[in-house]
Ligand binder design. Sequence first.
Ligand code: ATP
Length: 493
Amino acid sequence: MSAPNIETIVSLSKRRGFVYPASEIYGGLGSSWDYGPLGVELANNIKNSWWRWMVYERDDIEGLDSSIIQNRLVWKYSGHEQTFHDPLVDCKSCKSRFRADKLLDEFGSKEAQEGRHHLFVEPANFGTTQPPQENWLQEIRFPCPTCGEVDWTESRPFNLMFRTTVGAASSDEDGSALAYLRPETAQGIFINFANVLNTSRRKLPFGIAQIGKAFRNEVTPGNFIFRTREFEQMEMEYFVRPDDAPHVHQEWIDGFERWIASLGISANNLKLYEQTKEVLAHYSERTVDILYRYFPEREDEEKQWDELMGIANRTDYDLRVHSKKPEDAEGKRINPDSTEDLSYFDTATNERFYPYVIEPAIGVNRTLLAVLMDAYTEKTNEKGETRVILKLTPEMAPIKVAVLPLAKNKPEIVEMARKIKKELQHSMRAVYDDTGGIGKLYARQDEIGTPFCVTVDHESLEDNAVTVRDRDTWEQKRVGVDQLPEYLQKRLD
Ligand code: ATP
């Protein structure tokens, strides 16, 4: 079983402290979310798992943490200033605003879908199919999804980068102070290619991994934490010889299918999507997305899926555009501002070239949502009550063990339980809880995915043993306090 819809996870998250609406006491801020005590643990578990798998368990990948605000030229030469746009349209009647390309995808009738083929121009950039400037929605008499009227503005490009100014004396109009919040972590990696190559004395193939916040002023954010304006990415750029790129690309696609499964996500809720030529970003030779079934409630099976991550063969595009040397057809430098050449010299073959890049890019937030949805289960107890059990893997569980005293008015039991919690906290995330009857405490831990509860009872004072209860089977086992850390660690592993 998995969650029947995102709404179920929204209410569980709020109720138990995974995710809260941001700025809630001031009425909130559209599509912004704060991660609560359990959400921050789960996000950390996801990031740690990725980092360990990516950096520690391999010998060919280095880590990096680059700035969120970079020199504006980074975004000029990466192409983001010119082309990181979504096509925007407004309904003049009800003032609703939409992403033109998504409108037809989500609401299009068959007629409109067919209309799309002549109305959209050649693929623009960054995967966004841009409609032409004329009023094409009007032309196909496409009704506004909010009010049903057909009264559209022309479609216009809207740059998704958040702008800011740098420096105390700067004003909003001061172009020289203009800077952006990064819309992806990848560019921070490309501009540090030579730094990492030289300081770590690497040879191809090798990769650079980074986890960090990214910002996009999305036109239509929504679906809880699926699409937000501030989010976190885990990106790795793997540099290879150009002729190795196709098979290395395939290895990373297979690798990520395995890693995502290791988070406890069922294969039934995942599928691959090969991006077509029409939607492929201008820098990409091939991109494969891994989709998750975020919308199981939708009747049309095709519409149940959306992107969890993308794995792109970005060719040598990025290293070239940030390099000082490459020239255009007329012999003019493509980048007159860069002070560095990001090519690679292969000492074995005496060749100099720009490496190709394979990029697996995945969002922390979309992963967290998929992990929660997939772990969600309901179970009925002997009294006929339905309980929520979050069947998270031990690695993902925010809390690994809860230590519970059976009688909180008995000081010896409380003291023993607190002592056990202290012992366990050295090796795992453990909590002590005495805020309810034992049945209620078990139910609360099941709902947040804690794999084990340890109960200290009257007998424990005599036999120095405790009851360990399993979240999934509700089976109970007596374990000596001396063996407890080892016993739990073994089962968690
Ligand atoms: P989409 O098509 O859904 O807008 P994208 O293809 O533009 O996503 P990428 O630029 O490939 O996304 O970014 C890599 C990953 O970052 C995505 O697969 C997703 O997991 C995450 N991501 C991108 N945009 C957002 C967002 N607005 N909110 C949350 N996560 C995001």
